[in-house]
Design a protein. Structure first.
Lengths: 169, 110, 464
């Protein structure tokens, strides 16, 4: 067991544990904080995959913006009775079985893939993934259109969110 | 270290199984929780699992082809937009109905 | 762009990985590379760590040879050296934090025309230690109904999110905690984690004022992150890389000369980020009773307070790294250790400037503050970014001097344009408010009465 494998197993186990706590805990703010722990674990795994840029972007976007937005939304929509009411709706047993079957199905189908056990190839040192990504996102032959559409989507979301949550007096 | 060959022994299967597990936990959260914000948290977990898959495939297959990373960037943008609009809708619903539990909001305009 | 073309060997080795490692690990890789490839193109022109001009690298090499001699596996050795490096940086930064408490109190005293602490030790230098002892022996209360785990973790995260930024600031040409090629984004990310600590503190205190203070603080911090991030992008354009060591390496001419607008925006939005006057209504004692850390006493409050001061010094170090040249100074090529002194000298200078602003200006209201951000700083930052990017592309073929002069001139034109716009806006506001009304004077009041002068004088005397 190399050092890297041990660290990976610890991080992955921590993330999955935090994710389980997100979906089972009763207190909403605790669920949001466990979500932050799970997102942090995913950021660490991005660094394992030599995509350090994505690890940091994950922290900026998910933890620095989305999670805080969720915490604000939880605080603004608190119900006094939420502490005592049931956590799960009446179909939770079916949901549990569906999740287990789904996971088992995907794992089985993936294991049929012949390259399932490949180890990491060596990254060549000349290319810089960040620079490549930057060039790809603004070059017309690559992903410029997707980039511009994503920015239009974010603008629409910004305007939409402000208008929907506007207090009509 | 350095110029030597890095003997990393994590096969891609570990990342894929981890992503599948995270996705199923998110799926369980979406299907079984009552509070709408917790359903949104389940969706976020699923989107994160998808991102891990995309980046793992980028790294292990062909790290010169940048489309894996570009797709992951789009997933980030879409997730952020969806959370923003979703939470705005939840706050608006809370103002009108006084509750945000998915069980109780089951009738159209009353 | 003004990049002098030197290749940092550390950048090349670590670009492929993107993994985090400490100074010792980086230097270990330097040595490994030297042994395996025999490359000798270092910036200083000689192998680092050969003699005592670079004592830290020399110590790192010596430790590495000792640990290798013991026969440990490579992974454990790297781990030990990494942990040692992290511990040394953290202890160094926290020791300077203690010194900052003294500096803050002395400087505020001098600004307010008094002496400051001078009883405890010579010039009051032992005062911070007395403060720390006082905080430690205070009773550690937890309010009833508070969420105990979150309540205790919040100050730790607040301090940790500031300490972690020191991992990417380069101290000398060869000494940097973690050589990541995305250093600027790293700083933005961990600035955002501080917001989380504030929400956790505010919510878990089970106190309405704390929650209100936390909401206001978060609104301010995330609003001012936007011009800060945009202003951080401008040195990235100049250097062509997001790695902070790369940005320092490219500053033959300090960035503040070619981008003063960006420097000013970064300074102002960083002051708002850390919650210092004039943006300190987050802990306005007269308004919301100390904000989100009302319920914290003893050493937990000490952690918040130390975190705030350290954040101010971190902003100073960041500003001097990105705009004032970081570890650059005379003779730093031959004696790399001097870099630490230059960096901290500049950082303390910027910290003094932040304190100067703090103790001279009054607090601004929250709606003025948000207007200032969204209606002034963000458009200005965007315009500065666009202008800089366009000019950078147009001027790539020109020499360094022409580039610098044109950039400086364009920045001054931008500042002039901003002042003109502000003047027009201010005169519009003045017209709305109307002419200045004259203050009351005795003749005007007396002439309206016209009766018996003594009673008029009494009334006018009572009314003025």
């Amino acid at each position: 067991m190399s050092f890297e494998q041990v660290v990976f197993i610890l991080v992955a186990a921590g993330t999955l544990g935090a994710a389980l706590l997100v979906v089972t805990t009763r207190n909403l703010i605790h669920a949001a904080l466990w979500l932050i722990a799970a997102l942090f674990g995913v950021a660490i795994l991005f660094v394992f995959l030599n995509a350090g840029f994505f690890g940091v972007v994950q922290i900026v976007i998910y933890i620095g913006a989305i999670a805080i937005l969720m915490i604000f939304a939880i605080m603004l929509t608190r119900q006094i009775s939420s502490e005592k009411s049931a956590r799960f709706n009446k179909n939770w047993l079916w949901a549990f079985f569906i999740s287990i079957i789904f996971f088992a199905g995907i794992a089985y189908i993936l294991s049929l893939w012949p390259e399932f056990g490949t180890t990491k190839p060596i990254l060549s040192a000349e290319i810089d993934p960040v620079k490549q990504l930057g060039v790809a996102l603004v070059s017309p032959q690559a992903y410029l259109l997707a980039f511009e559409l994503a920015s239009v989507l974010l603008l629409a979301a910004l305007i939409g969110a402000v208008i929907i949550a506007w207090e009509q007096r | 270290m350095g110029a030597e060959v890095r003997k990393t022994m994590i096969p891609i299967s570990w990342f894929l199984i981890f992503a599948a597990a995270l996705f199923s936990i998110g799926l369980f959260g979406v299907l079984s929780r009552k509070n709408a914000i917790l359903i949104l948290m389940g969706i976020e977990l699923m989107l994160n699992a998808v991102n891990i898959n995309l980046i793992a495939f980028w790294r292990y297959r062909d790290s010169l082809d940048i489309s894996g990373q570009a797709f992951a960037v789009m997933v980030f943008a879409v997730a952020a937009a969806e959370v923003a609009v979703g939470l705005a809708i939840f706050i608006s619903v809370y103002r009108r109905r006084g509750t945000i539990s998915a069980d109780e909001i089951d009738l159209l305009k009353w | 762009m003004p990049w002098n073309g030197h290749r940092e060997i550390t950048l090349q080795v670590n670009k492929a990985d993107g993994n985090f490692s400490s100074a010792f690990c980086v230097l270990f890789r330097l040595n490994a590379l030297r042994k395996f490839t025999g490359k000798k193109e270092y910036r200083t022109g000689e192998v680092p760590g050969e003699n005592m001009t670079d004592p830290i690298t020399w110590i790192a090499n010596w430790l590495e040879t000792i640990l290798e001699g013991i026969g440990l596996p490579v992974g454990i050795m790297v781990l030990i050296l990494t942990v040692l490096g992290v511990l040394i940086v953290v202890i160094f930064v926290l020791a300077i934090d203690i010194f900052l408490v003294w500096m803050e109190r002395k400087v505020v005293a001098r600004f307010q025309d008094r002496l400051g602490p001078n009883r405890v030790g010579p010039y009051g230098l032992i005062q911070p230690i007395a403060d720390v002892i006082k905080l430690i022996i205070k009773e550690d209360t937890t309010p009833k109904g508070a969420d105990v785990l979150i309540y205790n973790i919040a100050p730790v995260i607040a301090l940790a999110s500031v300490l972690i930024i020191w991992a990417v600031i380069p101290f000398t040409p060869t000494l940097v905690g973690a050589e990541v090629n995305i250093g600027v984004l790293f700083i933005v990310a961990f600035g955002g984690i501080g917001t989380l600590a504030i929400i956790m503190a505010g919510w878990s205190s089970n106190n309405k004022y704390a929650l209100l203070g936390a909401f206001r603080t978060v609104a301010q911090v995330i609003s001012y992150e936007i011009p800060m991030v945009i202003a951080l992008l401008i040195p990235v354009i100049f250097a062509g890389t997001m790695s902070i060591q790369g940005i320092v390496n490219s500053q033959e001419l300090w960035n503040i000369v070619i981008a003063p607008v960006a420097a000013a925006i970064l300074l102002v939005s960083s002051i708002a980020e850390i919650g210092r006057t004039p943006f300190d209504l987050l802990e306005a004692e007269s308004e919301i009773v100390a904000g989100f850390h009302i319920e914290y006493s003893g050493m937990k409050f000490g952690l918040f307070y130390a975190g705030e001061l350290l954040h101010a010094l971190t902003i100073g170090a960041l500003f001097s790294t990105l705009f004032l040249g970081g570890w650059r100074g005379p003779f730093v090529e031959q004696i790399p250790v001097l870099g630490i002194f230059y960096l901290f000298g500049k950082a303390f200078l910027v910290y003094f400037l932040i304190m100067w602003i703090r103790y001279s200006l009054p607090r601004i209201r929250i709606d003025h503050m948000l207007n200032f951000n969204w209606k002034f700083l963000t458009p200005l930052a965007l315009i500065a970014l666009m202008v800089t990017a366009i000019l950078d592309k147009l001027l790539t073929d020109f020499s360094n001097i022409t580039y610098a002069v044109i950039m400086l001139v364009v920045n001054l034109v931008l500042i002039w344009a901003v002042i003109m716009v502000l003047r027009i806006y201010a005169s519009g506001e003045r017209k709305k408010v109307g002419e200045l009304k004259p203050t009351a004077n005795a003749d005007a009041v007396l002439s309206t009465f016209g009766k018996d002068v003594s009673s008029a004088q009494e009334t006018s005397g009572a009314s003025t």
